[in-house]
Design a protein around this ligand. Structure first.
Ligand code: HPA
Length: 234
């Protein structure tokens, strides 16, 4: 039996620093390919979580599922009950504006059409932002790896198959990436006084519907995970 409803782990099983892919099979991939001595701590709902080490630093990786409601459940339990201090989303996004396939977007702030943040803030529009230390460390790591990256706005939308004009409005305000989770992560991290960052690779282009291949997604994903791990332990 675990500590919380959605995470079947005991206190101490999860590291202070955690990476958060949306896809639980990506969490498994990170554990098997990027960490040393990884041990699985969660399988509730197949939302796999693992703890291991990276260059000797203790780190966990936990799937979050898709959308702000799903990631909000996991990060609330991680911050509140498991004392996680640093959380980095490693995701994919749809690119708009000047972005190209495989670019990495380091999310400085995360807009949203979700009502969740506004509901929690008594009606005002909070600006969910990244932790500055993590942001500059991720930029340094991306530079060192020679990755094609952007730093800027992302938007966490409630609707994947979106027929509205939301993308036009967001693009007109310089937003670079469309995904579904970062805004929830940033707001909940702010509430608990923890460090958070979202890094996303552009897996598809919103305008042209171009997509990366499965192989490209895996190579791009590995580079992004290295950036995230180096930022976490900088
Ligand atoms: N929209 C929303 N979320 C996404 C996308 C997208 O195009 N690509 C990857 N995550």
């Amino acid at each position: 039996m675990g500590m919380t409803v959605h995470i079947g782990a005991n206190k101490g099983d999860i590291a202070e620093t955690i990476l958060l892919p949306g896809d639980p099979l990506r969490a498994k991939w990170v554990a098997e390919n990027m960490l040393e001595n990884a041990v699985q701590y969660n399988a509730v709902r197949n939302m796999f979580g693992y703890t291991g080490t990276y260059k000797g630093n203790r780190v966990s990786v936990q799937g979050t599922g898709m959308g702000i409601p799903s990631i909000s459940i996991y990060v609330t339990e991680l911050f509140k009950d498991f004392d996680v201090q640093t959380a980095i989303r490693i995701g994919t996004c749809g690119g708009i504006g000047k972005t190209k396939l495989r670019d990495v977007i380091i999310g400085m702030g995360a807009s949203t059409d979700s009502g969740i943040n506004r509901r929690a803030m008594g009606g005002l529009d909070f600006a969910p932002i990244a932790n500055y230390e993590l942001l500059i460390a991720a930029v340094a790591a991306a530079k060192a790896h020679g990755i094609s990256y952007h730093v800027g706005g992302i938007a966490s939308m409630d609707v994947f198959y979106d027929d509205s004009n939301a993308f036009d409005v967001l693009e007109a305000h310089g937003v670079l990436g469309i995904e579904m989770e970062a805004s929830g992560l940033y707001t909940i991290a702010a509430r608990y006084g923890r460090r958070a960052l979202a890094i996303c690779t552009v897996s598809d282009l919103i305008r042209t519907h171009e997509k990366t291949s499965a192989e490209e997604r895996e190579t791009g994903f590995q580079a992004m995970v290295e950036v995230a791990l180096e930022a976490a332990f900088a």
